[in-house]
Design a protein around this ligand. Structure first.
Ligand SMILES: [Zn+2]
Length: 72
């Protein structure tokens, strides 16, 4: 079996999704973003989110549950 279209992905029209950061039309060079700046912003958000999750969980587990042991 040989690929009829080795370099081709599934039919991709020039219509790209808008930049998820600023909603402008995305550039093929930076897809799905419109620019390197927006790609950077998204990466920053992603990393921030990633680091924020364990921190938030830690805070939550520490302060949300009051210990009933002391009342007894
Ligand atoms: Zn953008």
């Amino acid at each position: 079996m040989s690929d009829p279209n080795p370099g081709r992905r599934r039919s991709g029209p020039t219509q790209l999704d808008p930049c998820p950061i600023c909603k402008k039309a995305s550039e093929p060079a930076y897809v799905p973003f419109c620019s390197a700046r927006c790609a950077d912003i998204d990466l920053g958000r992603w990393l921030t989110d990633r680091y924020a999750i364990p921190t938030a969980e830690d805070e939550d587990a520490d302060g949300v549950e009051p210990r009933p042991d002391q009342t007894a």
